[in-house]
Design a protein around this ligand. Structure first.
Ligand code: NAP
Ligand code: GDD
Length: 322
C-alpha cells in the first residue's frame, strides 16, 4: 500500500490533497503541530480515514521519528508560515519553518530512506518583482518578502538534494490557488466572506489594500492533482503550475460583489494597513511544461472560482455552519 505523509494537512491544500490520496487508496499520515485548540476544521470529515500524528518542522527529531515509524513512500511538504504580511513581522520564524524546515525534512529522508519521494510546495511569490512575463521554470527569482526569500531557499535546497544525493525531490512552483477552504486573511476569501457578510447585513464595508495587484488565481482542488502527478513521474523535476491568466484584486471584487447583486465601489474602502512594504504587482504563469509533461490542466475557471467561493460563504453564514 502506498503511504503518503503530508505536512500541513490542516491547511487548505493539505485537506484537498488528503482527499485526493484517499480516493487513490493511499494510507494518509498527516503531521499536525501541537496546539491548545483544535486545528482540524478542514479535515474533520477525514479523521476516520487518515492517521494524524504530532510533529513540527522546527523539530528535526520529530520528523526523523515519523519517517522511521510510518515509512512513507511519498512525503508532501506543505507546511509553512504561508501568509506574506506575517513574514515581515516574524521574518526569523518564517525562515525557520518555511526555509530550514525543508532542509530538516530532506535530512530526515536522507537518513531514513533515500527512496522516499519528496514534494516541496514552492511558490510564485519567488518571482516577486517579475523578471519576465509570463513566468516559467527558467524565469529568475526576485522575491519581495521574507516569505518569498524563504521559499527560494526551500526550492533551491530541494533542487540541491536532488542533484547531490540523487533523491527524488520535486518542486511545484504553484501560483495562487484558492477555495472555500482558503484562510480568511488571504484577499480572495476576505472578499468573498466580506461580500456574504455585507449581503446578510452583518458588515457595512470591506477594508482592503492594493486593488491593482494582479494574480494568476486557480482552484486548490485542481492544484493538488498536479502535486501528485509530479511524484508519479520517472524523474523528479520542477514545474510551474497555474492557469496562464491574470486578474486584478479589483476584478475579483467586481465579480464577487456583482454575484451578490452589489456594486463593490459602494462597499470597498481602501485602507493603508493592508498595503505591503514591497508589493508583487503582477503574476502570470506559463504552465506549458506541466501541460505537456504531466498532462495536467486546470478545470475550474476564474469566474466559477469566485462565484463558488461567494456561494459557499453565503451558505455558511446564513445557516450558521462553521
Ligand atoms: P495554509 O492553509 O496556510 O496551511 C499551512 C499549513 O502549515 C497548516 O497546516 C499549518 O498548521 C502548517 N504549519 C505551519 N507551521 C508549521 C510548523 N512549524 N510545523 C508543522 N506544520 C506547520 O497554506 P496552503 O494555502 O494550504 O498552502 C500549502 C503550502 O503551499 C504552503 O507551504 C504554502 O506556502 C504553499 N503555497 C501556497 C499557495 C497558495 O496559493 N495557497 C501557492 C504557492 C505555494 P496549522 O493549521 O496548525 O496552522
Ligand atoms: N491579504 C490581503 N488582504 N491582500 C490584499 C488585501 C487585503 O486586504 N488588499 C489587497 N491585497 C493584495 C495583496 O497586496 C497582494 O498583492 C494580493 O492581494 C494577494 O494577497 P494574498 O491573498 O494575501 O496572497 P499572496 O499573493 O500575497 O500570497 C499567496 O499566494 C502565494 C503564491 O503566489 C499565499 O498563498 C502564499 O502562501 C503563496 O505562496
Amino acid at each position: 500500500m502506498a503511504v503518503a505523509l503530508i505536512t500541513g494537512i490542516t491547511g487548505q491544500d493539505g485537506s484537498y490533497l488528503a482527499e485526493l490520496l484517499l480516493s487513490k487508496d493511499y494510507k494518509v499520515v498527516g503531521v499536525v503541530r501541537r496546539s491548545s485548540t483544535s486545528a482540524f476544521e478542514r479535515i474533520e470529515h477525514l479523521l476516520d480515514d487518515i492517521t494524524t500524528v504530532q510533529g513540527d518542522l522546527h523539530d528535526q527529531g520529530s520528523l526523523l521519528g515519523l519517517l522511521e515509524e510510518y515509512r512513507p513512500t511519498e512525503v508532501y511538504n506543505l507546511a509553512a508560515q504561508s501568509f506574506v504580511p506575517t513574514s515581515w513581522n516574524q521574518p526569523a520564524l518564517t525562515g525557520d519553518v518555511t526555509a530550514l524546515g525543508v532542509t530538516r525534512m530532506l535530512e530526515a529522508i536522507r537518513f531514513v530512506d533515500t527512496k522516499i519521494k519528496f514534494y516541496q510546495a514552492s511558490s510564485s511569490e519567488m518571482f516577486g518583482r517579475v523578471q519576465e512575463v509570463p513566468q516559467s521554470e527558467s524565469t529568475p527569482f526576485y522575491p519581495r518578502s521574507p516569505y518569498g526569500v524563504a521559499k527560494v531557499y526551500g526550492h533551491w535546497i530541494t533542487v540541491n538534494y536532488r542533484e547531490s544525493f540523487d533523491l527524488f525531490a520535486s518542486s511545484g512552483i504553484l501560483f495562487n490557488h484558492e477555495s472555500p477552504r482558503r484562510g480568511l486573511e488571504f484577499v480572495t476569501r476576505k472578499i468573498t466572506d466580506g461580500v456574504a457578510r455585507i449581503k446578510l447585513g452583518m458588515q457595512k464595508e470591506l477594508r482592503l489594500g492594493n486593488l491593482k495587484a494582479q494574480r494568476d488565481w486557480g482552484f486548490a482542488g485542481d492544484y493538488v492533482e498536479a502535486m501528485w502527478l509530479m511524484l508519479q513521474q520517472d524523474q523528479s523535476d520542477s514545474f510551474v503550475i497555474g492557469t496562464g491568466e491574470t486578474h486584478s484584486v479589483r476584478e475579483f471584487c467586481e465579480i464577487a460583489f456583482g454575484h451578490a447583486d452589489l456594486d463593490y465601489k459602494e462597499y470597498v474602502v481602501k485602507d493603508e494597513r493592508f498595503y505591503r512594504p514591497a508589493e508583487v504587482d503582477l503574476l502570470i504563469s506559463d504552465p506549458s511544461k506541466a501541460y505537456s509533461v504531466l498532462g495536467w490542466e486546470p478545470v475550474v475557471g476564474f469566474k466559477e472560482l469566485v462565484t463558488v467561493m461567494v456561494d459557499e460563504d453565503m451558505e455558511r453564514l446564513s445557516t450558521g455552519t462553521k
